[in-house]
Design a protein around this ligand. Structure first.
Ligand SMILES: Nc1ncnc2c1ncn2[C@@H]1O[C@H](COP(=O)(O)OP(=O)(O)OP(=O)(O)O)[C@@H](O)[C@H]1O
Length: 341
């Protein structure tokens, strides 16, 4: 559905040239929810603007829904853009128009007759759960409701792709979850391909099938969400995964334990899929001459299954602890022996 080939975007500014997107190759499949995560300045917004033709690449090719977005112009580009809906962090609604008229606005631009566009707007109002609010103005809506209007408006022209630019960053956690659930619902009902950019791993965990990590204009890591969670390769990816798995106090707890128990090992275990449901600790205690103290644990749900992290303190003879660690590895559970640094 979307292919980027060797895409580079260089801006020229008063401070010189800035390479915002640096030789990016990406393939996003039809119907998937694809997340791009990165810190501020990584180049995410530039990348998303290249996808809807708001920016032209300095080099490379951008194909969206069968169209070479960078090389088309005028009427052809406007038509191609109708296949690409977009929602924004700050909603970008028209404040003087009602919910219904905001949603119907793209249809007005596309020259759809009034009765048809109002009918379509009412269908979309139902789809995004805004029934009863059609005559309200944006200022009378909550943040979550505003984003629902944004989503309905983005879907007005029946796009094939929905681009989400930090779409939940201005919302509280509960509202974020309800908007993410709506995006999954739309993805499943309409078969829409969704590309979202975010700096929050929670968003990726909750709804994405695959994720790309962006740093300094490059995609430094890419894969299925559960695989990336279980086995992050780059330092930056590990930091993003820690947003979910490792509460702030973990480091303090571990430092405290190193002082309290100079002997034994503090071990981080990571589980994915079915491994999260096994009685591993009971098996270890039963089969090896060791003691285990559970320090901290958490299981998170991703779009593709569970992912869990458990911090334990193990003590016993070096030989028994080594045997127990081998046993854990054989159960497809990740093992990392923590060091006191
Ligand atoms: N129009 C522009 N002109 C000059 N430089 C730009 C322009 N747009 C972005 N940049 C620069 O390109 C780099 C990437 O910016 P971009 O906005 O794409 O990153 P981002 O990951 O979306 O970050 P943020 O979430 O803060 O917007 C930054 O160094 C930024 O200053």
């Amino acid at each position: 559905m979307i292919t980027l080939e060797n895409v580079t975007k260089v801006y020229s500014s008063s401070q010189g040239a800035v390479t915002a997107v640096n030789d990016v190759n990406l393939h996003i499949k039809e119907g998937e929810i694809f997340g791009i995560i990165g810190y501020s300045g990584a180049g995410k917004s530039s990348l998303i603007r290249l996808l809807n033709g708001l920016e032209k690449p300095t080099n490379g090719r951008v194909m969206v829904a069968g169209q070479d977005i960078a090389s088309i112009k005028g009427r052809e580009l406007r038509k191609a853009r109708q296949e690409i809906g977009m929602i924004f962090q700050h909603f970008n609604l028209l404040w003087s128009r009602t919910v219904r008229d905001n949603i119907a606005f793209p249809l007005e631009i596309a020259g759809v007759p009034k009765d048809q566009r109002l009918k379509r707007a009412d269908e979309l109002i139902q789809l995004v759960g805004l029934h009863g609010r059609e005559n309200a103005y944006p200022s009378q809506l909550s943040g979550g409701q505003k984003q629902r209007v944004g989503i309905a408006r983005a879907l007005a022209n029946n796009p094939k792709v929905l681009l989400c630019d930090e779409a939940t960053s201005a919302l509280d956690p509960q509202t974020t979850d309800s908007i993410l659930e709506l995006l999954v619902d739309i993805n499943q009902r309409l078969g829409l391909t969704i590309v979202l950019i975010t700096h929050e791993m929670h968003v990726i965990r909750k709804i994405c099938d695959r994720v790309a990590v962006m740093e300094n204009g490059k995609i430094v890591e890419e894969g299925k969400v559960l695989d990336v969670f279980q086995n992050p390769q780059q330092m930056i990816t590990k930091r993003f995964v820690q947003q979910i798995t490792e509460p702030e106090e973990t480091k303090e707890t571990i430092a405290h334990l190193f002082n309290q128990y100079p002997n034994g090992k503090v071990v981080q275990l990571t589980f994915a899929g079915h491994a999260t449901e096994r009685p591993l600790i009971a098996e270890l205690i039963r089969n090896f001459e060791i003691t285990i103290n559970i320090l901290q644990g958490k299981i998170s749900q991703t779009h593709q299954g569970s992912y869990g992290v458990l911090f334990v303190h193990m003590s016993g003879t070096d030989e028994e602890v080594a045997k127990a660690l081998d046993y854990i590895r054989q159960q497809q559970v990740g093992v990392e022996v923590m060091t006191n640094e």
